[in-house]
Design a protein around this ligand. Structure first.
Ligand code: FAD
Length: 426
């Protein structure tokens, strides 16, 4: 498979989301030295939801984004609003205790509610639709679902035939349905939240890459034309942060995932794929995920690549994947193809902590961040306001450095991905 660097520009990727955005943000560039109570680096869900939480509490916030609000993963993702925080919180019992684990489970449940409350409160038009289905490719996936159903009264198990009311494919052994998880237009959610934060006094700057952070009692973030000095700095650049913070560069691996959007489907085609308009994931690490947009395009994602690169023939590969699930759609036209970078943590749990004094960070959602970014934005705002209880649990988790150093990390991780894919086959 021929790989290439993702083609990125200072404007949004040419995605279905950018083409159907409610408006194009046009915040000013930072050209002065200003002061705020909290300075935020990065305008994805992490940065914007933290800014909104803080603005709601009356803080003076300045958010500085390198390109456009929601330019990164937040404006390009599958739009699946799935609860839960990280992978297997119970495995962190030794470092954060049973109370910490219970709190992480509770935060995972709260995360979806924060988003839907916010959509209602600010009247954000982002095509929210309820219903999530997870589909099994292996008998062991069905065993996991039966286990999960014991702890979740809302989880409805589906056998092979029942599944077809939701996902009309011969490919799966069964699945489960969750009526309380949802899907939405992520770019419109994020710019809607930015507008809400702005209406409460937050200052937002675009096309202003932060080049340097100065630490100490009054930390500051610096672009090449201005700076924000503040009591707190919060770093939310995630997979796109590059080398700004070594601690995170060592621990957060950018991995690529790709999405195609078909032309709008007719009634017959919708019936042949997603008759109940739910969003869908399979249970592999390198999973397929898909859903219908508001104008009934099939948005089909996958092709996770831990090398951080994308194949040259994304459209062809994605069409093959889509056709394997829905052979009736083999001839449908593909209107948009794009990719984005997810920040992967080795232990697949978001990373939150304190770099130095009042410089905090959140990162590494490992491919599951639409809902988690919102509860972690709230947690960061609580910490700024002096309530560090939930922050301390997250900060108590030790995150490992990705092995291999600079030189070997990419090939090493590509190998790791291959191992995950082999495990998925078993
Ligand atoms: C293709 C794809 C599909 C996905 N699908 C789903 C899904 O369906 N459901 C789900 O829950 N999760 C999904 N995810 C994951 C989810 O999108 C992310 O976890 C989440 O959006 C992370 O938000 P963020 O704000 O932390 O990072 P980002 O959205 O990536 O935002 C980081 C921002 O920081 C800015 N930045 C970086 N460095 C600097 C700097 N030096 N100065 C200023 N700004 C800077 C970047 O320009 C960027 O805008 C998907 C991810 C991808 C890539």
């Amino acid at each position: 498979m021929l790989l290439q660097e993702t083609q990125d520009s200072p404007e949004h990727a040419r995605s279905y989301y950018a083409a159907s955005a409610n408006w194009q943000t046009d915040y000013p560039t930072l050209t002065e030295d200003i002061e705020a109570e909290v300075a935020i680096v990065g305008g994805g869900f992490s940065g914007v939801s933290t800014a909104l939480e803080l603005a709601e509490r009356g803080y003076k916030v300045a958010l500085v984004e390198a390109r456009r609000v929601s330019w990164g993963a937040s404006g390009r993702n599958g739009g699946q609003l799935i609860g839960g925080l990280g992978h297997n919180p119970d495995s962190f019992r030794r470092s954060i205790g049973a109370d910490g684990v219970a709190e992480i489970h509770a935060m995972g449940r709260e995360s979806v509610q924060i988003v839907t409350d916010r959509i209602a409160k600010y009247g954000i038009d982002c095509d929210l639709k309820w219903g999530y289905v997870e589909v099994a490719l292996r008998p062991r996936h069905l065993r996991y679902y039966r286990q999960w159903a014991r702890d979740d009264p809302k989880l409805v198990l589906l056998d092979r035939n029942e599944l077809k009311q939701y996902v009309n494919s011969e490919r799966y052994l069964g699945g489960y349905y969750k009526p309380d998880w949802a899907h939405l237009h992520p770019l419109n959610l994020c710019i809607g939240e930015a507008r809400a934060a702005e209406s409460l006094g937050a200052k937002i700057f675009e096309q202003s890459p932060v080049q340097r952070i100065s630490y100490g009692e009054n930390p500051a973030i610096h672009t090449d034309r201005g700076s924000v000095r503040a009591r707190h700095v919060i770093v939310c650049g995630n997979a796109y942060l590059d080398k700004l913070v070594k601690h995170l560069d060592d621990r957060v691996l950018p991995a690529t995932s790709c999405i195609v959007a078909t032309e709008p489907l007719n009634d017959e085609q919708v019936a042949a794929c997603l008759p109940a308009d739910v969003c869908v994931c399979d249970t592999r690490t390198a999973l397929d995920y898909y859903r219908l947009s508001a104008d009934r395009r099939l948005l089909f994602g996958g092709l996770s690549n831990y090398s951080g690169l994308e194949p040259r023939n994304v459209e062809q590969i994605m069409r093959r994947k889509l056709t394997r699930v829905f052979p009736e759609l083999a001839q449908v036209a593909i209107d948009y193809v794009w990719s984005g970078q997810m920040g992967i943590s080795l232990r697949r749990m978001p990373q939150m902590g304190r770099l130095d004094g009042n410089v905090l960070y959140v990162s590494g959602y490992s491919g599951h961040g639409v809902a988690p970014t919102h509860v972690l934005g709230k947690t960061l705002a609580e910490a700024v306001a002096g309530d560090t209880r939930r922050f301390d649990y997250l900060a108590g988790i030790r995150h490992w450095v990705w092995p291999g150093g600079k030189l070997l990390r990419r090939p090493g991780m590509a190998l790791g991905m291959m191992m995950y894919k082999l495990a998925d086959l078993v």
